[in-house]
Ligand binder design. Sequence first.
Ligand code: NAD
Length: 485
Amino acid sequence: MNSMTFVLFGATGDLAKRKIYPALYNLYLDDKLPDSFSVIGLGRREWTNDIFQSSVEQSLESFSRRPLADSAKMEKFLRAFHYHALDVGDTEGYKQLLEVIQQREAELNIPENRLFYLSVAPEFFDIISSNIYASGLGSTKGWKRLIIEKPFGHDLQTARELNANLSRAFEEDEIYRIDHYLGKPMVQNLEALGFANPILQALWNNEYIANVQITASETVGVETRAGYYDQAGAIRDMFQNHMMQMLMMTAMQLPKRISATDIRNEKRKVMDALRLLTKEDVITEVVRGQYTFGEIGAKPVVGYKDEPGIEASSTNDTFIAARLWIDDEFWKDVPFYIRTGKRMHEKSTKIVIEFKNPLKDLYAHEDKETAPNLLVIEVNPDSRVSLQLNSKNPLNDGKLETITIDFSANLDEVPEAYELLIFDALRGDATFFAHWHEVELSWKWVQPVLEAFAENIVPLHPYNAGSMGPEASRELLEQDGFKWW
Ligand code: NAD
């Protein structure tokens, strides 16, 4: 891997401490960082390199999946971290930053390969990328890359504006948009499951699949993020990005080759074929919910409107369920049901493929229906694949029962999403990052939903904390003769 400089905006922030430093450290322990590696941490505080390095070390103590190494090894890692104070609006400051980076590049004798990671509030993305451009930071003799975090825009228009601004400083193939769901091992594994197994590949279409269900349920409420969440809602916080990415990863067809370009082309085809809604369609195709008081694990919790920082008049969505259609030859007439919410019964992210069941009445003479075959892919908190089949139970007079074949991955040693993604960005592999087309097409589907919510033409269904969402979500599937698994 090429030697390089990792320029981190927001180096004193929460994401850097909880995710980015532990990821870099674990990559270092696995010998996955280049030999010469320089990190320039940026923040507003006037920190010295020593303060910065001990802050990095503390974050590793608290958040790394592996303990601190011996002092010589730690010392080598931490010495790569230098700090520079920079206010993102200070245009002159970027020129000094360029000098600092060039000086380090010369000291370490490394080429001008620069990765800019914007771990800061999204309102700063524009100003930082224009300053990278204007200051000459981005005119490198080597490569340059940009990593940004969600949220990518607040709606279709702001996403387009943001993209146009970033495009002035970076080419599309230099922009790595992190969607950490794409860093989850089971989401990355969807490709191999569907493509490397001919028995599944043969069934991955509307001839055999009755419906697809994608759920991401959380037990936590809004926590301390009221200001952000009340503006975003489940639709922007989860649906537009993570849920849509899981939809694409599930529905894409076999690419010509397993490469970033080919996989992203297949994902784009899914999004091109996704049926767009009118505002009126939102009323029948999307369920909007908000949690009320209830119990989580036998502990009473307050409703959304009673959370600190939330107005009693808030109509914000803490739950979304939706029915989507992909109008192509593979998925015509197969509904994709997607739901996500806070304060739900369990913390779980999973994808369920329900197969058609033409032989339902085969055992009618025993008063028994065969159950549909289900392929269940659990993404979080477990990493597990299981297949539900029908089988006779010899211990029960040979009666028909369902059995489950399953495989669980041991997650103890598995790298975290940020490790996988940062490693990919360092070596220039964009497979598991969101391409602009995916982001834009996903906002296109979401836009009428945002408008219908804003105009309040869609009911806001209350649901008790600790449930699996409002009744209307169950009814959405019942209309088609299905149920949530
Ligand atoms: P944070 O508030 O903890 O940190 C923000 C950082 O920005 C700090 O280092 C601060 O010094 C810096 N900053 C603020 N104003 C500045 C200015 N004027 N000039 C220079 N630096 C300035 O935020 P965070 O939780 O680390 O989140 C960073 C980004 O990552 C946000 O876009 C957030 O939406 C996104 N994100 C965070 C998480 C998470 O788990 N924390 C998860 C997903 C996405």
